[in-house]
Write a new protein. Structure first.
Length: 403
């Protein structure tokens, strides 16, 4: 099978996903996606006609993000008209799945150069805008014990015995690491500033970070999902599925959950021959990837089993991974993952994560690939593992290795 290499990875800064004060709220999803796509041929000094496909993750593919934003963004970026594109939705791992699909096309010999990434403008296309049957149709909601993700996060913490102090402490450390990473320029290689139509910079820096956060300040926040769980009956649904739980301890809030932000990502992948033809230097190779389904009520427990499957397929163990990156959807998700994999926070999310910088849904997976690649190079390490929990009970993992 053909090897697939990563030649470049870029992302926009993450802008607050609020219309009133988000710096990217005036940038359409198309503009965000165009920004990262157009950067790749420019940085690599090659003709866009060499790109065989564009695959973009998008969790709410409706309104301004609908109508196949993969193809539309390729056209908006000025790519040769021969470059096709499509969008993919695996909820929160959509961006990583786009990278995995791009790699699969290359490994299978069906393409030479493919861009995988994602986009989400949460200020313009809010979460849940696409609707869907799971939350509304009893035919699927009842047998799967549907509850909102926040209630699932609190259920996860309750099952694992994690306290409010545990999750708040994790969140504070995410903020500290994100600030340090920006202060030391660790993201500089991959950030593409978003410019407006006349070339004025709209945003060049992740604006969601709150470095002043402390455990004490987080302790003043009310749990975000307690009313939803207790007053709207979702706690009872979850306990029906997990009767060993006497009561759900609601400990998650805005400060220890992923932030709502806007952003886009793009990863340039190709085979060895294409890289040589275009004068590109490979930075890493895609070792393997794996997506798995897990129990849908708990929903957020997929990262560990998907990572274990990916490691087994690659003939690796946890000891072979130098840097781990798990999307910080909720603090309890990361705590469970580290425990299940037998790893420490010292090698996990070393530059902070979505609690500090935000989670632009369909774009995040592609962003994390670039974050891990940059950090492997900075530390002169070999392998990294990227994983995300996924709605409806799934997990997606990708392993990369420097070359």
């Amino acid at each position: 099978m053909t090897e697939c290499f990563i030649y470049d990875a870029v992302r926009t800064p993450r802008g607050k996903g609020r219309k009133k004060d988000g710096s990217l709220a005036d940038a359409t999803p198309l503009h965000l996606a165009k920004t990262v796509l157009s950067a790749l041929p420019t940085r690599g000094n090659f003709d866009s006609a060499a790109i065989d496909d564009v695959i973009l993750g998008c969790v709410e593919p409706v309104m301004e993000q609908g109508a196949n934003i993969g193809r539309l963004a390729a056209m908006a970026a000025g790519f040769d008209e021969s470059v096709p594109g499509f969008q993919v939705n695996r909820f929160c791992s959509s961006g990583l799945e786009a990278v995995n699909l791009a790699a699969a096309k290359i490994k299978a010999g069906d393409a030479d150069v493919v861009i995988g990434g994602g986009v989400e403008s949460m200020s313009r296309v809010p979460m849940g805008a696409a609707g869907g049957a799971w939350a509304t149709d009893p035919a699927i909601a009842f047998p799967t014990h549907f509850v909102p993700q926040g209630v699932s996060a609190d259920l996860l913490a309750t099952l694992d015995g994690h306290t409010r102090h545990d999750v708040d402490s994790f969140a504070v450390e995410s903020q500290r690491r994100a600030k340090q990473a920006w202060d030391e320029g660790r993201f500089a290689k991959s950030i593409v500033p978003v410019l407006d139509v006349i070339g004025v910079t709209m945003l060049a820096h992740d604006e969601f970070i709150r470095p002043e956060t402390t455990v004490e300040s987080l302790g003043k926040l009310e749990p975000s999902f307690k009313v939803m769980g207790e007053n709207y009956g979702f706690d009872a649904v979850a306990i029906q599925r997990y009767p060993q739980v006497e009561a759900i301890n609601h400990i998650h809030h805005a400060g220890n959950s992923s932030g709502i932000v806007d952003g886009a990502s793009a990863v340039l992948l190709g085979n060895e021959a294409a890289g040589k033809r275009l004068g590109l230097t490979p930075r890493a190779r895609i070792v393997t990837s794996y997506s798995i389904g897990t129990e849908p009520c708990l929903m957020l427990a997929g990262p560990a089993p998907s990572a274990q499957k990916a490691l087994a397929r690659a003939g690796l163990t946890a000891a072979d991974i130098d840097i781990w990156e798990i999307n910080e959807a909720f603090a309890s998700v990361c705590l469970r993952f580290m425990s299940a994999m037998g790893i420490t926070h010292e090698v996990t999310n070393v530059n902070g994560g979505a609690i500090a910088m935000g989670h632009p849904l369909g774009a995040t997976g592609g962003m994390l690939v670039g974050t891990v690649l940059d950090e492997l190079e900075r530390r002169n390490l070999k392998r990294g593992l990227i994983t995300l929990c996924v709605g409806a009970g799934m997990g997606t993992t990708t392993i990369i290795e420097r070359v």
